[in-house]
Design a binder for this molecule. Structure first.
Ligand SMILES: C[S@@+](CC[C@H](N)C(=O)[O-])C[C@H]1O[C@@H](n2cnc3c(N)ncnc32)[C@H](O)[C@@H]1O
Length: 265
């Protein structure tokens, strides 16, 4: 059993400040993969299948404000809630104030050596977004190193291809309203928040945050490079209500993120 006040801290560099700042308005600013009309989010179902309340250890990597922590606390013996942003961890602590098996670890993914023990399951929901690709690759290697033999790594990464898909639908919508080509492009760019994206390098920049978004081919490529076997890669169709144009576009499949499940080679 872990002491509630257990709180490991290591140093880190940069983006943690902006993530901390975004904690207060997290629900307003970020897309929620857990709302009711999301389709294909296998995170909770898979974690339930992997549960081990008497003996298994799980790490919630980039726990944020802690939406998964109560669920994990009921299904695993020990939960490590990992995040480099103190503002996020403060809110996450409130989420599981009465639980005794959750320990908080303030550290960047590039330094997971501070985790007190190897884990059976590592979960990362929309947190593998490190903008520096060297750090991203180090993070994946660190996660792999933290897993026990036979361990499982699962989660969701934000989908870059879905931004192109949404843009296509926004362009069709603008054209169907009779807008000429240039105006249709401007309209789609505005409603698709294109000013926040670097499309070539799959980056999303918002309020000081720099997040790497993923194409499915990149998930396969980087996970293989880090020594993972990718067992599952599947679209999580998000809620149309969180995207521009939802009223006219809701007969089409909603934009998506990518659910993944991987094991060490
Ligand atoms: C988009 S939020 C997702 C939070 C949570 N997993 C959820 O589903 O609501 C991303 C979280 O990952 C954390 N994070 C991002 N990059 C990180 C890094 N390099 N090391 C540790 N935490 C990181 C952020 O501080 C933030 O709390």
């Amino acid at each position: 059993m872990l002491a509630r006040e257990k709180f490991i801290i290591t140093t880190n560099h940069g983006q943690d400040h902006f993530w901390s700042r975004s904690a207060a308005h997290y629900e307003r600013d970020f897309i929620d993969p857990y709302v009711k009309d999301v389709r294909g989010n296998l995170v909770r179902r898979t974690l339930h299948r992997l549960r081990g309340p008497n003996d298994k250890v799980v790490a919630d990597l980039g726990c944020g404000i802690g939406p998964l922590l109560p669920f994990l606390s009921c299904r695993f013996k020990t939960v490590y809630a990992v995040d480099f942003a103190p503002g996020m961890l403060e809110r996450a602590k409130q989420m599981v104030a009465k639980r005794t098996n959750v320990a908080f670890v303030q550290t960047p993914f590039t330094d997971l050596a501070v985790l007190p023990e190897p884990v059976d399951v590592a979960v990362a929901v929309n947190s593998l977004v490190l903008p520096n690709l060297g750090d991203l690759q180090t993070a994946l290697a660190e996660i792999r190193r933290c897993l026990k033999p036979g361990g499982v790594f699962l989660g969701i990464v934000p989908g870059m291809d879905a931004v192109h898909y949404h843009t296509m639908l926004l362009m069709d919508r603008a054209r169907s309203l009779g807008l000429p080509p240039d105006a249709a492009r401007k309209n789609a760019a505005q409603f698709g928040d294109h000013s926040c994206y670097d499309f070539a390098f799959s980056e999303f920049r918002f309020k000081g945050l720099e997040q790497h978004f993923w194409h499915p081919f990149e998930v396969r490529h980087r996970f293989a490079q880090a020594g993972f076997v990718l067992k599952r890669l599947k679209k999580v169709h998000l809620s149309w209500t969180q995207f521009a144009g939802s009223i006219e576009l809701k007969s089409f499949p909603a934009p998506w993120d990518w659910f993944f499940l991987a094991k060490p080679k």
